[in-house]
Design a protein around this ligand. Structure first.
Ligand code: G4P
Length: 530
């Protein structure tokens, strides 16, 4: 089983997050370029032409120019087997980002050097912090005039509340961007032209004390660099692997994804600082990734990835052992049913390929006939267990859904249930009124559009959404509370989820507090755990 250990040890699974346009796609392309997965950077999605090559599954993405879903890419580099999880940049889909992060062991945050921390960086970062995973920062677009380096670091620390530790330091920015200084090795990495970023660039590495660097950088740049190094050594946090692993200290790198400056050095450092797959929490304790028994959990379900075949793919993160195509597995939440995972596949750049084998750390997508739900555990071996559920975000927008054509009840129920199973929306019903009315809750309003669009296009059902004024949802934690006797505010609405669990909806936070005050012992929670 030496092979199993070796294979798992070389796995690195991480997610990339950024505010739209900071350069996440470009950076991913360059990673693939170094890994030899593609010859010319630009084939992941060359914006106008192939912007949607990877996730071309829904018109809404094209119309809005945002990546709604996230994709997974695998490639090899320097002996490592790397799984990159792409995340949607738009805030309305941050729940999807959160689920994707559940499958990642670390995150790379891409920041535009001329913009600093942006709205979406803030939101996604918060989601990262909830997972307590290491967060690495890549400050991109240094080939454009960037903000002052100290200011950028300050902003990250203040706005995001994480300590930073620059691993390298930029020499100039914009036209004057010459390279980076590596604080650990005291080497200056000077970059040459990289044929507009389509080929690997040549770089020269010189000691900071080597007089030859004068041929590359001006006396003024050198002086600034020395001053900044001195300042930085006095001011910034020391590198501490333990703090990095806990997600309390973010190593920072500078570069330009477009021109390939600093990408490879980032990748090299990052791969060393981040870990191989970590043990995962289950109801019987931690599950060792190196265990010979295979286990995995479903973190994402995506329908209609391929328009030609109406399919639904369940994405699983392998948490232990090795997966072999054709092996029999147990679906724990499916009453421990034995099954074979059908058409297991992995994404390689823009292609999907059938996987023969995969290891802890890897992500596989399997054909889902509608049996899987987010958070499900799949395993082999004698010990049955369930991984910790993936919490659902509290929806902040609610609407009543009405079918236009009431004859299509069956399709409507099927469609809305399947979309809810994928985690794109949450559905509720009126509590104890006997009414069949369905209430939909979403984290971001764009998800309403997605629902409407998909019901029409995939299930041929037209719906009307009637927005509700409620913005706050609470799960009732104590079982003994008699919901009929609960005295709430006038705006409070009692509803139940599909499992019959009671919930409360409120228009504002004041009402939430008022209701808690009025009902002694009432415990409300913002998360609905499975
Ligand atoms: P995203 O996935 O985070 O949304 O960003 P993406 O990589 O698509 O990059 C957004 C824009 O920023 C693109 O320009 C891209 O070329 C540019 N970009 C990315 N990295 C760098 C960099 O290091 N330096 C500079 N100067 N630009 C960078 P675009 O004009 O929107 O598209 P395109 O027509 O150039 O492809």
């Amino acid at each position: 089983m030496a092979d199993l250990r070796k294979e798992i040890e070389r796995r690195r699974t991480f997610a990339i997050i950024s505010h739209p346009d900071a350069g996440k796609t470009t950076l991913t392309e360059k990673f693939l370029l170094y890994g030899g997965a593609i010859n010319l950077a630009g084939s992941v999605k060359g914006k106008a032409t192939a912007r949607h090559a990877v996730s071309d599954w829904m018109e809404i993405e094209k119309e809005r120019g945002i990546s709604v879903t996230s994709s997974v890419l695998q490639f090899n580099y320097d002996g490592f087997c790397i799984n990159i999880l792409d995340t949607p940049g738009h805030q309305d889909f941050s729940e999807d980002t959160y689920r994707t992060l559940m499958a990642a062991d670390s995150a790379v945050m891409v920041i535009d050097g001329s913009k600093g921390v942006e709205a979406q960086t803030r939101k996604l970062f918060k989601v990262c912090v909830m997972r307590h995973i290491p967060i690495f920062t890549f400050i991109n677009k240094m080939d454009r005039d960037a903000n002052d380096t100290f200011d950028l670091l300050d902003e990250i620390e203040k706005e995001l509340g994480i300590a930073t530790c620059p691993i390298n330091w930029p020499i100039g920015s914009g036209k004057e961007f010459k390279g980076v200084y590596d604080r650990n090795t005291r080497q200056v990495l000077l970059f040459s032209d990289t044929l507009k970023g389509t080929k690997e660039g040549h770089q020269v590495s010189l000691s900071i004390d080597d007089p030859k660097i004068d041929e590359y950088i001006t006396a003024e740049q050198k002086e600034t660099l020395f001053e900044e190094i001195e300042l930085m050594d006095g001011a910034s946090a020391e590198f501490d692997q333990e703090l990095v692993s806990k997600g309390e200290l973010s190593p920072v790198f500078f570069g330009s994804a477009l021109t390939n400056f600093g990408v490879e050095t980032f990748l090299e450092h990052f791969l060393k600082m981040t870990t191989s797959p970590l043990p995962r929490k289950a109801d019987i304790g931690l599950i060792d990734p190196f265990s010979e028994d295979f286990s995995a959990f479903v973190f994402k379900i995506q329908a209609n990835m391929n328009k030609a075949h109406r399919d639904r793919i369940a994405f699983m993160r392998i948490t232990s052992g090795r997966f072999d195509a054709g092996m029999e597995v147990i679906h724990v939440q499916g009453n421990n049913k034995k099954l074979r995972l059908s058409q297991p596949q992995q994404m390689m750049a823009q292609d999907r390929k059938i996987v023969e084998e995969a290891y802890a750390g890897d992500i596989i997508g399997v054909f889902d006939p509608g049996i899987f739900s987010i958070g499900d555990t799949i395993l082999t071996g004698n010990h049955k267990f369930q991984f910790e559920g993936i919490p659902t975000f509290a929806p902040e927008h609610f609407a009543k859904v009405r079918q236009v054509d009431t004859m299509k009840r069956k399709q409507f129920v099927k469609g809305i249930n399947q979309i809810a199973q994928e985690g794109a929306i949450q559905i509720f019903q009126e509590y104890n009124t006997g009414m069949e009315e369905i209430i939909v809750g979403v984290v971001g309003v764009l998800q309403f559009d997605v629902l409407k669009y998909r019901l029409e296009n995939e299930y041929n059902v037209e719906i009307r959404l009637e927005n509700m004024p409620h913005e706050h949802i609470r799960w009732i934690e104590n079982k003994e509370i008699d919901l009929d006797k609960l005295s709430g505010t006038s705006d409070m609405k009692k509803i139940q989820d599909l499992k019959g669990r009671p919930l409360l909806l409120f228009v504002n936070a004041w009402s939430v507090n008022m209701t808690v005050e009025r009902n002694e012992g009432l415990e409300l929670s913002e998360f609905g755990r499975e």
